[in-house]
Ligand binder design. Sequence first.
Ligand code: ZN
Length: 400
Amino acid sequence: MKYKCICDNSDLIECINLGSIPLVNNFKKTYQPKKYPLSMGICKKCMLFQIQKNINPKLMFNNYAHISSGSKSNVSHIKKVFKKISRIKKINNRTKILEIGCNDGTLLEIAQKKTKNVVGVDPAKNLMSKIKKNYLELIPDFFNKKNGEYLKSKYKQFDVIVALNVIPHTINVKEILGQVGKLLSDDGIFFMEGAYFFDTIYKGKFDTIYHEHVSSFTLHSLKNLLNKSKMKIHFAERIPTQGGSIRVIAKKKSSSQQWKKIYRNEKSKNVGKISTYKKAGKLIERIIFKINKNFQKLSASEKVVLLGAPARGVVISHVCNIDQKKIDFAIDDSKTKYNTFFPGKKFKVYNWEKLNKSECKNFFILSWNYKKDLLKKLKKYKKNFNLMVPFPQPKISKLN
Ligand SMILES: [Zn+2]
């Protein structure tokens, strides 16, 4: 079957096939067996690396279980984001800020200490309904042409537009960036972050591949997209969040060359060659094999408890075909996940208190990007245990 790129080119070349997995945020009170095929391909024309089959976004985002304030590390990251924005763009009480994908309003709340002119857009009605209403406006919907034009007619322009982990999640990237270009003031900044191909998939971290992550960006593919929306890259940096992300600041006019270093680095890694993406697929196959071997060892004599039930963990457990009979339960910090079934599996997600009633000595950490936080917490409940991490290298350690 031929898949179409978001640039309309109908020639996507498959590079990675991960079989079928459930929707990674589908945490429900009943068992959810439904799975969907998952593979990625590269567009020869615009070089955007993307999911080959798109699922109706309403299935994924209208009731969203991931919450920004769900972990301390994430809240502190969002605070840093706002500091960074303030350093590049002076924020005063007249500054108009728009956040696309505002989730539970963590950033909006920080921003409104400086300016009341704050607008948030997010389709997750379950989260939007809980945000305090002291903002200019909250739109519980997708950011698209319709809402972009509405915002344009009502507020004209915004000085700061933020999209954290949103642009890689959208099928209609062209439509969204087109609206961002129209809404951004002449000296405004567009601030975005998203998982970075060269830090994630390129290194075999397949757990950022899921249906919600429509594309995996390089600075090259982002530049193509931003330029089409009349924006120029002003600043780019690699940041450690989500297992490796890229932060890009774009403006309508900029002569900054700061971002060229990353751009050149991508060239030296053959960003424009299809073989680069196919090689990543081969590496992923080898890593899946290693994770499986480690898990078999870990679960040989006793059941395992999963630490964290993040989106990436749902990917790991399904792509590696982790045997659900060998899992006791999963633990997660997000209240929206308590007492629900882990997507596509027959075991449940609980809070940390559950460990008080469990004799388990074997832990598989799915939220491996928050390993430090989780390990500290685990040590309050357990002594002498085995801990398996899937990345950066699959490994089991004995800890006490
Ligand atoms: Zn394309």
